[in-house]
Design a protein around this ligand. Structure first.
Ligand SMILES: [Zn+2]
Length: 219
């Protein structure tokens, strides 16, 4: 039976996870993220769990096994959405050799956001270390600059949102995803969506582009 398979790709803070969830609700397919897969590690042999606890990165083989197990569930029969997979060319090859069949309809949706916008989105984030409230300099400013609205504590930046960390994450994203985008493009499966709009507008573009592709009608 033919399935619809959607890959959602995008840089940090592109909102690809949110878009994957919205599309999942819209089409009634499960959205499977790499985080979800890792939470299933409990189903795997002890040696994997020990490796994770020791802080080792999860190797491709493990991720592929986890995905294969997840896709054996009946809810993926008519379609599914992957968020955060594949993250390298070895996972890409696995997907096209062991998961995707000739009957499947596949699209990779790139939620495109410029590096500058990623710096704006992540670099503008602030949080209150006292009460945990989250802010953004542009999108959700506090009433008084640098001060929490709720407890008047001084706002801070998370270590992950520092420019050098953002630069590293962007570099990794481009290094790993650009070659995969070329492969998807060659297969005629890449759809690029403008991610620099509000969440609802991005979702509408996703639905509209998929309607053109395989007659997935807007509901
Ligand atoms: Zn606070």
């Amino acid at each position: 039976m033919s399935r619809h398979i959607l890959f959602f790709i995008g840089p940090p803070a592109s909102g690809k996870g949110t878009q994957a969830e919205l599309a999942a609700k819209y089409y009634s397919w499960p959205a499977i993220s790499s985080g979800d897969l890792l939470r299933r590690l409990a189903d795997l042999p002890k040696k994997y769990q020990a490796a994770i606890q020791a802080g080792h990165l999860v190797d491709d083989q493990t991720i592929n096994d986890l995905l294969k197990r997840r896709l054996a569930q009946p809810d993926t029969k008519s379609g599914f959405i992957l968020d955060g997979y594949p993250r390298n060319s070895s996972q890409f090859d696995y997907a096209y050799h062991h998961i995707i069949t000739a009957e499947d309809k596949v699209r990779a949706l790139e939620i495109k956001v410029s590096d500058e916008e990623v710096y704006r989105r992540l670099g503008g984030r602030r949080f209150c270390p006292h009460c945990g409230a989250g802010y953004h300099l542009i999108y959700k400013p506090s009433k008084r600059e640098g001060i929490c609205d709720y407890c008047s504590n001084k706002l801070e930046k998370r270590p992950d949102d520092k420019p050098q960390v953002i630069t590293e994450r962007l570099k990794l994203y481009h290094e790993t995803m650009e070659p995969l985008k070329v492969l998807w493009q060659k297969r005629g499966e890449l759809i690029t969506i403008n991610g620099e709009q509000d969440i609802a507008a991005v979702h509408q573009d996703v639905v509209a582009s998929l309607a053109q592709w395989s007659g997935l009608s807007p509901q």
